[in-house]
Design a protein around this ligand. Structure first.
Ligand SMILES: [Zn+2]
Length: 73
């Protein structure tokens, strides 16, 4: 199975993703809703995660009880 974020081979421990980074990106999509995945460039992933962290710093810091993204299993 290929990583749904970057189409690389998924890795044990991070399925269906290839890495924690891509798992985080997928989570960011669920949390942010409006973040586009710019490209397959890892630098863009860093920017995306950085933007996500900045956004969360200004948001309600409560854990998202009852608002968790669906689990892929
Ligand atoms: Zn990936």
């Amino acid at each position: 199975m290929a990583c749904p974020i970057c189409d690389r081979k998924s890795a044990d421990g991070y399925r269906p993703f290839c890495s924690k980074r891509c798992a985080d990106v997928d989570l960011a999509k669920w949390m942010g809703g409006s973040y586009a995945i710019p490209s397959q460039n890892p630098d863009d992933f860093d920017e995306l995660l950085d933007a996500m962290q900045k956004a969360s710093e200004g948001a309600d810091t409560d854990d998202e009880d009852g608002n968790s993204p669906p689990r892929l299993s």
